[in-house]
Structures are given as C-alpha cells and as structure tokens.
Design a protein around this ligand. Structure first.
Ligand SMILES: Nc1ncnc2c1ncn2[C@@H]1O[C@H](COP(=O)(O)OP(=O)(O)OP(=O)(O)O)[C@@H](O)[C@H]1O
Length: 650
C-alpha cells in the first residue's frame, strides 16, 4: 500500500503584486496564507509532498514527481499522473509544456524510449492512444471518425474504451507526431480567463508490454502496464469565465465531472472502516481513472494554482482537494499476463522469427516493415473486436425486438380471442350483426341508431350533452362565457368557449357529421360495445405497431447482414495480411539463401586469392634465388674473364 503523491505548483503571476493584498507563502513544502502585514491567517496552511514555486520548470516537476512513475511503468506497474486546478492555472503548460520547457508528456515519452533502449535483456512493445472526454462523451483524438466511444469492462482488460485507436510505436519522435495530431483535434476555446482554454479532459495513454528476450517458453509471463497522463479541463466560475452558449454548456459538464472526481476523492480519503460506496460510475472520467484512484497504480497528482489575490478562493479549493487526495492509498503491483491478452505475446512468435531472419540486412528499413505489419495486425484485431461488439449489440436489439413482437402478437391473439368470445356471446343474445372492421362497426352503429350515434358514458354525464356542427366556421376574438349555457352546444358555442381554437373542431370532424346523443346509463349493451370498440381499436394499433416493428427488424437484419459482410471482409483482409507476412518470411528465407550462396562464392574467391598470393610469394622466392645464382655466376665469369685477360697481357 502506498499513498498517492501530491504536489502543488504555482504558475508565474500575471498581474503586478499590489500592496495591501493577502499572499501565499511557501516554506518547506508547506503553503500558508498571510495577511498584508505578513502575519499568517490561522487555519489556512497545507503541507504536500512537494510544492513548486513560480520559477520552477517542467524539467524539475518531471524529475521530482513523475520520473519514478515512468520508470515503474517500464517495469510493469500501472502509472497515472494528472494535472488538476482552476482554469488558466497552468495544467496544460505542465503536461505539454513549450518548445523551451517541454512538459511531462514529451519528457515521459523520451524517457521511456531512452530507458527501454538501454535495457538489453528485455523486449518492449509500446502502443499509444489519445482520447478526450468532452461534454461527457469520449472521442478518439487520433481518429476523427471515432466519436462517442463506450466504456466497457472485462476480466482480462479491466475498464477500457472500446474502439479506441491504438498505434504501436517504436520511437519518441513518432509518438510526438501522434500527440501533435491529437492536440489539433482537441476541443479548446477562448474564455475571459484563458485564450486557449481546454474544454475537455484528455487522457494520453501508453501501454508498455515487455518480455525477457531469451525466453523461448510460451508460458512465460509478459509484463503489461498502462500509463495515463491526464490533462484535466479547469474548474471555472461561470461568472469569471464569462461563459454563455456553447462555453456555458461545456463549463457545466466540466464542473460536474470535476465535482464527481472530488466526491470520489472525498470518499476514498475517508477512514477505511467507514468508507462508503465509491461513485466511480458517476462519470466517464472517474470510471476510466478508477485504477489510479485507490486501485492498482502508482499515481501522482499535480495541482496547479494561480498566485493572484483574485483567485484566492479557487486556490483554497484546489489545496483542499489536494489535501484530501494525499490521504488516498493505492496498491500497485507488477502486472504479469500469462494469457493471450498481451499483444506482444500474440505477435511475438511471428515477429521474432522475422526479426531473426532479417538481422543485419537493411535493419532500419526492415524495422519499419515490421512496425507497419505489427500495426496492421493490431488494427485489424481492434476492428474485428469493434465489429464483434457491434454485432453483439445488434443481436441483442434484434432479440429484444423479436421478443417485443412476440409479446405484441400474443396480446393480439388474446384480444382476438376475447373478441371472438364476445361475438359468440352476442350471437347467442341475437343482438349483433357480423362485421369485420372498425369502420363497419361504426357505420352499423350509425345505421342502427338512425341518425344518431350512441357515445359511451365513462362517468356520469350531465343529461344529454350534444355537440352540433354548423356549416360555417369563423375565428372569434374573445370568448365571453355564454349566459345561456345549456347542455346543447353548437359550433358557435364551441368557438366562443375555445377562443376560436379550430383544432378542437377539426378533431370533431373525425366523427360523422350527424347529431349525436349520449347514451343512457341504463343501456346494457353500451359496456359491451365500448369494450368491443376499444378492443378493435387496440387491435388496429397493435397491428400497425407490429408492421412498424417488422420494418425495423428488416432494417436491422439488413444492417446485421452488412456488418456480417464487413466482418468477413475484415477476416479476409486479416488473412491476406498474414499471407503477406508469411510471403515476406519466405522472401527473407530466399534472400538469406542467396546471401549464403554469395558468401560461399566470396569465401571460394578469397581462398583462390590466398593460393595465388602464396604462389606469387613462392615464385618471388624462387625468382630471388635464381637472381642470386645468376649474379654470382655473372660475377664469377667476370672475374674469370678479367683473370684471363690479365694473364694474356703478361
Ligand atoms: N509555469 C508556467 N510558466 C510559464 N507560463 C505558464 C506557466 N503556467 C501557465 N503558464 C501560462 O499561463 C497560461 C494559462 O496556462 P494553461 O493554458 O496551461 O492553463 P490551464 O490550467 O491548462 O487552463 P484551462 O483549464 O483553461 O485549459 C498559458 O499562457 C501558459 O503558457
């Protein structure tokens, strides 16, 4: 068990400090508020793991607070670092930094690649993703088409965002390019407080998998760690940011999710014994950060604050949040995976084989080929996963619809049965003529009543309340309550009562243009008629609802078929990728054989050259010997000739 490490960072003051203002003072990682005259204000003093002054750099924040988490992540521990604070207090500056003073994210990326390159006995696979939570919806910052992604949970993967693009990477520069792309897609906007205010929470995620290089056994564990670097949107006072319209809506979502984060931290900071339910599920942010808050991760929070007097209340709020966060304990452990959940494990054999064969041959180019193939394989895996999920959803909604339709059908059957028994009863009583539709029934009723239509009585009605249509319809300006208000109403009366609301009269047109008379409450056939009428109408409604559902089912079936097609297309693509991979394996084998042949020829030539050299050397030796012999013969004969000539002269 270890505590979350919490630091506070003051951003440089924007305004000149005026005399007579309260001030924050920093002493040995303790922050306290002082009166203008310098005396401390009691009760406003906080201690943290570290406090960074206004002049601090991102490099020092990284070294003191973040580096250990990054190194632990390389060794298999989950890690999270996030920046929390009011708007314009320097969160984005801390996470992203500037050209001159790179922030935590670029420093972490460089550190990861520098460190993993130095570890020679392990092989690493790093993948990255980048998402934002904007107005409580998750968007993929690396793929614009991936919006409103769902959060899922599984035993193997824990809480994860389904369908998020993940890129396998092998250099810091490559990751920094991806971050640039993501930054361009992030929601930012201008407020009174910040010209480039982050309007969403962003989570930059790196998954680091590693395995021992010399391990050949397929049951060896692979370490998988997840590193989240989070730049939260800033809490804001709507009055201060001057937000309206879109900004206001964003601000409400931001404040709400930060409030839920605060709730989670409050609950976690309570004494373990009395700890209540932790509301992780109340927001997407807390759900995704769940392992970082009271779970299996090493976590650092950097709380950024503004030093100005005008922000004292917000700063106090941030410091209180930070104090509570300091009490949270996490339980981080190395994550070792034995199943196929590790990507490295799934890809390892093929890639290893390829790499072994390609060793020494244009290695940079071939590394790129391997990386591309890794990414293609991973992408098609993700795509397949997404499609499988969509298929499952479709299946569920189809099942639900079919179930619903079945229910409707049962209800229709039941109602038909009811009707049939009702008809039978009436036949026995001899009071009903056969009819097959609602219209028939209506006309039968009209005819059987002469020129009058018996309307059912639901409650006790006042005598006979009769509506009579006249042929003219005029709009009236006022509706004085008629003095002679009787039980008989004609259109004029309706118009007076409704201030000329014609819609009511239009509705009345649905009934035959005849004089109506309310039925007497003692008419015994009315109850049955009403039941029959209602039943028929419900039948008609249900039938049309069924038709609609059938249409929906057809559309869903089509969509389902389309998804199936897409799924099988992807499978094909995947198998063609595997085929390409095996082709390139084959090419590598051929290349290697050619190289071996050439090597053999070269060796043969070398040997020949050595023999020739030896021959030349021997020849040189013989030549020198002969030359020596000749020289001595020459000098001997020369001496002899001289001797001979001198003996002749004497
Ligand atoms: N430590 C710092 N050193 C230099 N400049 C800083 C520092 N912190 C913040 N700033 C500057 O202050 C301004 C606001 O900072 P930033 O955008 O990082 O705030 P924020 O907390 O991310 O705001 P929001 O929540 O609105 O997105 C920026 O211009 C940034 O460059």
């Amino acid at each position: 068990m270890e505590k979350i490490s919490v630091a506070v960072r003051f951003r440089p003051s924007i305004a000149e400090e005026a005399a007579g203002e309260r001030q924050w003072r920093i002493e040995d990682n303790r922050i306290s508020l002082h009166r203008p005259l310098g005396t401390p204000i009691s009760g406003i003093s906080f201690a943290f793991d570290h406090v960074f002054e206004q002049s601090s750099t991102n490099a020092s924040v990284y070294d003191i607070l973040i580096k250990s988490i990054i190194h632990a992540a390389i060794n298999g521990f989950n890690g999270t670092a996030f920046a929390y604070g009011q708007t314009s207090s320097g969160k984005t500056f801390t996470m992203n930094g500037s050209q001159l003073d790179p922030g935590i994210i670029p420093q972490a990326v460089r550190d990861i690649f520098d460190t993993t390159h130095m570890i020679t006995d392990r092989e690493f696979l790093v993948r990255v993703s980048y998402m934002e939570i904007y107005n409580e919806e998750i968007n993929d910052l690396l793929s614009l088409g991936n919006q409103r992604l769902p959060v899922h949970e599984s035993l193997e993967r824990g809480v994860y965002v389904a369908g998020l693009r993940e890129e396998i990477v092998n250099s810091a520069d490559q990751v920094l390019e991806l971050i640039k792309l993501g930054e361009a897609n992030r929601h930012v906007g201008e407020t009174n407080m910040n010209v480039r205010s982050s309007r969403s929470h962003t989570i930059f995620r790196m998954v680091i998998e590693s395995s021992a290089k010399d391990s050949t056994s397929s049951v060896d564990a692979i370490r998988v760690s997840v590193l989240n670097l989070v730049d939260l949107a800033g809490s804001e006072r709507i009055a201060k940011t001057g937000a309206g319209g879109v900004r206001l809506k964003e601000g409400k979502h931001i404040n709400k999710s930060l409030m839920i984060l605060g709730n989670v931290i409050n609950k976690l900071s309570e004494n373990g014994k009395h700890r209540a339910h932790i509301p992780y599920r109340d927001s997407k942010l807390t759900r995704i950060l769940q392992p970082a808050l009271g779970g299996n991760a090493k976590t650092s929070i950097i709380c950024t604050v503004a030093p100005e007097e005008v922000h004292i209340e917000e700063t106090k709020g941030t410091l209180q949040f930070a104090s509570r966060a300091k009490r949270i304990t996490n339980c981080a452990q190395v994550n070792e995976v034995l199943t196929d959940a590790a990507l490295l494990k799934r890809q390892k054999q093929e890639i290893e084989e390829l790499r072994r064969k390609l060793q020494g041959q244009h290695s940079e180019v071939l590394e790129q080929v391997i990386l591309k193939q890794r990414n293609d394989m991973h992408k098609s895996e993700l795509e397949r996963e997404k499609l499988a999920m969509e298929l499952q959803e479709e299946r569920k909604s189809r099942q639900a619809l079919e179930h619903h339709m079945g229910e409707q059908q049962r209800r229709i059957d039941y109602l038909n049965e009811l009707l049939a028994s009702n008809d039978a009863r009436k036949l026995v009583q001899g009071t009903i003529h056969t009819h097959s539709s609602y219209e028939e029934m209506s006309s039968r009723n009209c005819m059987s009543q002469g020129n009058t239509f018996t309307t059912p009585i639901f409650k006790a009605m006042p005598d006979q309340f009769v509506v009579k249509r006249s042929n003219h319809s005029k709009a009236f300006d006022s509706s004085p309550l008629p003095e002679n208000f009787t039980n008989t109403a004609n259109e004029d009366l309706w118009l007076q009562l409704n201030k000329g609301f014609r819609t009511d009269l239009d509705a009345l047109q649905m009934t035959p243009n005849v004089r109506y008379r309310a039925a007497q409450s003692n008419d015994t056939s009315i109850g049955t008629d009403l039941e029959e009428w209602n039943t028929k109408e419900r039948c008609l409604n249900l039938a049309s609802e069924c038709k609609l559902h059938a249409l929906q089912v057809d559309a869903l079936k089509e969509q389902y078929d389309m998804l199936e097609r897409k799924y099988s297309q992807l499978r094909e693509e995947n198998s063609s990728l595997v085929q390409t991979l095996s082709n390139s394996n084959h090419d590598v084998v051929v290349l290697k054989a050619q190289k071996d042949e050439l090597q053999k020829d070269l060796n043969y030539e070398r040997e020949k050259m050595r023999d020739l050299k030896e021959e030349i050397r021997l020849f040189g030796l013989v030549f020198a010997e002969r030359e020596c012999l000749l020289n001595s013969l020459y000098s001997k004969s020369k001496t002899m000739i001289e001797n001979f000539s001198s003996s002749q002269i004497i």
